[in-house]
Ligand binder design. Structure first.
Ligand SMILES: Cc1ncc(COP(=O)(O)O)c(C=O)c1O
Length: 370
């Protein structure tokens, strides 16, 4: 049965946080303090391309590096852009997971870089394929999302993280580790980041680690950060300075106040409590209505993904789903060779209630049954 009218449309599309996750009152209070406290004037002035120093200092302590190894920008996506401009030249090849975050693909292409897709398996990149492709294409960099990948929801296994670092050394690859979902683990134990493993192996220079307050506080603070080697980061900060002189320091100062008051950890705990039942609702609904289609069974993040039956392409599915009150994202945008994504569907679950998730997946199953 296909539901056609009088039901509100369910958006299984964008990977955005839930409105009820935003710590509005705490941020109001932090803004009051940030704009009257000792850093208020620094927040009003221009600064350098690295970002608001007190927050860089706070992050430096957290990541056990110096502030010269921390850079802030208006969202982590902008850091991808600045890295592309500061460290790469048009024509350079960049390995990416296939599928990968669509906006990164757009940015790489905008700057004349050539994304080279490496198949993504349920436990992370296909490393044999990566080895071959690296030999064939001589890439400068790998863009990788090891934790709760967008769009697939996969987590790279520890063995693959270790093996990837060896391959990165062999092929002299810079690793751009994008980790916005890393703190959002709802069960199980975290794996070390590529950055942590590289540091332990004396290879810290090889990894540019990025994260963002978008998923931890809100997208509107527009604040991402990179942890990386100081010399390379200085080139990236130069691009930032040439672009906008300095970032949006008022927001950076408010987030600094939030962090230094010790509010980030409780906020993350709150997010885990809010989102864990939503992940469970998604997994249960898929097991019930679409058994055998899950691509990965994540323990955190924002997304699961499924493989559509071979007989159904996303191009024909989308309008039928829309008619049944379900908005879906075209999976082809996540693939360098778009057509490879014709059977791929990303299903974000954080911004929907458990009831919406259950009914969204039931609608999807009904449409797939025809
Ligand atoms: C993997 C990944 N990187 C970067 C971003 C963008 O983050 P920001 O809002 O910090 O630019 C997103 C947002 O969905 C993402 O999923």
């Amino acid at each position: 049965m296909i539901i056609t009218q009088s039901v509100p449309t369910i958006q299984l599309t964008r990977g955005v946080p839930a409105d009820e996750s935003y710590p509005l009152e705490l941020l109001q209070d932090c803004a009051q303090s940030a704009l009257s406290g000792p850093h208020a004037l620094a927040a009003m002035r221009y600064g350098d391309g690295f970002g608001f120093l007190p927050l860089r200092q706070w992050l430096a302590e957290r990541y056990q590096v110096t502030p010269s190894e921390i850079m802030l920008a208006n969202g982590s996506l902008q850091l991808v852009e600045f890295v592309a401009l500061g460290l790469l030249v048009p024509g350079d090849r960049v390995l990416v997971e296939s599928p990968t975050y669509d906006r990164t693909l757009t940015l790489l292409r905008r700057y004349g870089l050539v994304p080279v897709p490496v198949p993504l398996l349920a436990d992370g990149l296909d490393l044999a394929a990566l080895d071959t492709l690296a030999r064939e294409t001589q890439p400068k960099m790998l863009y990788v999302i090891p934790d709760f990948q967008n769009p697939a929801g996969t987590v790279m296994s520890l063995e693959k993280r270790q093996a990837l670092l060896l391959l990165a050394e062999q092929h002299n690859l810079l690793l751009l580790e994008d980790a916005p979902y890393r703190p959002l683990r709802y069960r199980g134990e975290p794996l070390p980041s590529l950055r942590e493993l590289a540091q332990a192996a004396g290879q810290g220079e090889r990894v540019f680690y990025m994260s963002s307050y978008t998923k931890q506080i809100s997208p509107g603070v527009r604040l991402g950060y990179a942890v990386g080697p100081a010399a390379a980061l200085a080139k990236v900060a130069r691009v930032a300075n040439d672009t906008y002189i300095s970032g949006a320091f008022v927001g950076q100062a408010v987030v600094h106040e939030f962090c230094q008051r010790g509010l980030l950890e409780p906020q993350l705990a709150r997010l885990r409590t809010l989102y864990a039942p939503r992940l469970d609702a998604m997994l249960t609904a898929l097991d019930t209505h679409l058994p055998g289609t899950l691509y990965s069974r994540p323990d955190g993040g924002f997304f699961v993904s499924i493989r559509l039956p071979a007989s159904v392409g996303v191009a024909e599915l989308l309008p039928k789903a829309a008619a049944a009150g379900l908005q879906l994202t075209d999976g082809r945008g996540f693939f360098v060779n778009g057509q490879e994504g014709d059977q791929f569907l990303r299903l974000p679950f954080c911004a929907l209630t458990e009831a919406e998730i259950a009914s969204g997946v039931a609608r999807l199953a009904a449409v797939l049954r025809g």
